[in-house]
Design a protein around this ligand. Structure first.
Ligand SMILES: CC(=O)[C@@H](O)[C@H](O)COP(=O)(O)O
Ligand SMILES: NCC(=O)COP(=O)(O)O
Length: 252
């Protein structure tokens, strides 16, 4: 069954808007876990716009020893600075079960592309080795139409995460056949070389079902922006349960 990992970045956006402690990311994570999700995802960015290093530490304590997965996403090349220790150090300190490496630049509004492994493979290889030595499973954020998906296995990654933004936009426009096909082929190519397949970005209750019915054996979806937005109307726990129902229904 596909694991639902809830991305709680947006809880931190709301909290940071007042510079105070509420809403609490820990309480949001506890609520999502109580509703049955299989993991919590955060994407700490060096500009500290939402999840901060201290949130990662708090969530690490909350999740340590439990059954749920802690997935930390981010740019492994972003240098450490006073306020941000760097992705690798954060993942190791938090005992993250999964590190999802994403090639985004400082200040980028959100992630909008996967790795170009022709360019980045050799830089990534030692970082993947280091993360795995720290006990993290490593997933690489990849475009569905990447010609280099198989390289992810060659440089030691365990999984890829298919960047689903283009699929979600095509779904919204009413014509997602080509993008779905690209995602399904990307998954098949990854699985053929032993990589497990995650997916994420702009997935929502409307588009998730067709995605999971079409793309084979998706191990995990990480969903944040839409889920937290929908929770404004329906409540966080009921919204998580609705996603779990979509995932269960997609199994047929
Ligand atoms: C890799 C990915 O698709 C998500 O982590 C997304 O980037 C969420 O990050 P933001 O919440 O900062 O947009
Ligand atoms: N890896 C994708 C993720 O964590 C959430 O992306 P989004 O649902 O906030 O677009």
């Amino acid at each position: 069954m596909t694991v639902l990992s809830v991305n709680i970045n947006k809880i931190a956006v709301l909290r940071n808007s007042r510079g105070d402690t509420l809403p609490s990311v820990a309480q949001a994570a506890t609520t999502c876990l109580g509703a049955g999700c299989g993991g919590i995802t955060v994407h700490p960015r060096p500009d500290l716009r939402h999840i901060r290093p201290d949130d990662v530490r708090t969530l690490a304590k909350l999740l340590r020893g439990g059954a749920a997965e802690f997935n930390i996403e981010g740019n492994p090349f972003a240098p450490a600075r006073d306020s941000y220790p760097g992705l690798l150090e954060l993942c190791a300190e938090a005992g993250a079960q999964q590190a999802t490496l994403v090639p985004d630049a400082d200040g980028q509004i959100t992630s909008d592309h996967g790795f170009d492994l022709l360019k980045d493979a050799q830089r990534l290889k030692p970082l993947i080795r280091e993360l795995k030595a720290a006990g993290c499973r490593v997933s690489l954020f990849m475009d569905a139409d990447s010609a280099h998906i198989e390289h992810a296995a060659e440089i030691g990654a365990d999984r890829i995460e298919i960047y689903t933004g283009p699929f979600a936009h095509a779904f919204e426009a009413g014509d997602c056949g080509r993008e779905l096909d690209l995602c399904a082929k990307a998954a098949e190519r990854a699985q053929a070389v032993g990589l497990a397949v995650n997916a994420g970005h702009d997935l929502n209750q409307a588009n998730l079902g067709v995605f999971l019915r079409t793309v084979p054996n998706v191990a995990e979806v990480s969903i944040g922006h839409a889920l937290i937005g929908e929770a404004i109307y329906d409540g966080l726990a009921p919204t998580v349960r609705k996603y779990l129902a979509v995932i269960a229904a997609a199994r047929g």
